[in-house]
Write a protein that binds this ligand. Sequence first.
Ligand SMILES: Nc1nc2c(c(=O)[nH]1)N[C@H]1C(S)=C(S)[C@@H](COP(=O)(O)O)O[C@H]1N2
Ligand SMILES: [Mo]
Length: 449
Amino acid sequence: MPKGEFDQHGAGEASYDAHRAEQWLAGEAAGRGLSRRVMLGMTAKMGLAATAGLTAGRSAAGLAAGRSAAGQATPTNAASLSDLSTGPILKPLPPEFFTVFGTNAETRWEAMRGQGYHTPTDRFFVRNHTSTPIIDADTWRLRLFGSGLRGAPPRERAVEFTYQDLLELPAVTQSAFIECAGNGRSFFTSQQGQSVSGTAWKLGAVGVATWRGVRLSTVLARAGLTRRAVDVLPRGLDPDFVSGGVNLGAVRRPLPVEKAMDDVLLAYEMNGKPLLPDHGFPVRLVVPSWIGISSIKWVGDIEVSAQPLFSPWNTQFYRLFGPDHPAEGSAPLSRQVAKSAFELPWNAQLPVGRTSYLTGRSWSGHGRVRTVSISVDSGATWRPAQPRRQGHDDGWTLWEFPWRPRVAGSYELLARATDGTGRPQPTQAPYNTLGYLFGAVVRHPVTVA
Ligand SMILES: Nc1nc2c(c(=O)[nH]1)N[C@H]1C(S)=C(S)[C@@H](COP(=O)(O)O)O[C@H]1N2
Ligand SMILES: [Mo]
């Protein structure tokens, strides 16, 4: 992708958001049950309330807290806790593949060594706001409605698709990463000495899979999309999310119609098999290159709106907050920043005087990774890594670096990627209270003996 194209995308998203903000202030926006007063109040209190909520929901007994929080939820959705047989995540989480944080589990990077291009489903990270619902594909329906579809209010059209309807529409297969906006969050603290709230991920809240499904644009067109539509709002069928004692409703985040019509999938297969319940069965969104929250799992309905839409997930969360940002936060986050990871355990042991073939992967939401450099001396000198498999936009690049340490001791290994923006990963990530978009070079400790 040429550089200009990124700039264009960037500008497009920024001006879209500015326009949306104007409409919001002019009272034209729909907030789905949130009054303007509540919204503004929420935004003002954000720093504190959101922080407290996130911390509480994921504290010590993270799992128990997650379940009891979900238990208080109003059962507006089809799924309920009684559907659950085990915990918030249903697939096995063997400790050699995952580190578990309450309702979330991150992939251990050493479990990716020797794997092919795609992350096997059995080691793909899971990020659940509450818990995985079990949904019956035979009775499931995808419902589309709203002022952006043909038909005038109040008699707006609602259109339904069955699982079988979707299977019969033209299918596409595409490879893309899904990555949590908070991936790498723990390094704000361990490398930059800053306190942030949210799950303390290392770099394992990312995976690349092949996704098969129907283009969202196909379904929108069949549902009667009009030129007036500006936002679509997919909503999950998992239990309501309760944060800081407030029920925020079903997980949902508006997506500008431009992105929805571009490269977004309604996916029903992951790595050649029907989705696992944990990854959104029967159908989830896959929004390539954007932060993971965009890729709503267990989608039950999609509002298509001629007015800008808001939910806590594009106002209270998933913006940058803090001293360097306006009180209402940055524009809603969209593309991921470049990152790199070694396929090594944290504090790996490597042999002295012998060559170790260090391997790893780099990826970005700003186009294909172009080059990767490695430093084995805490960033003093850099040498290029050898590409093993060149990635594509929305995927990752696999690389290798032979290293023969001659002296025993403690080392920090650094990998630094340059993406489509032409800029290498920085040494410092811009601080924000919720710890999103940690794109700085990570210092990976190893011991040579
Ligand atoms: N309905 C619903 N969709 C969701 C979530 C959720 O909790 N509920 N989590 C989101 C977040 S924050 C991320 S990072 C991705 C994670 O996808 P995965 O669990 O398949 O890896 O799903 C997104 N979609
Ligand atoms: Mo996420």
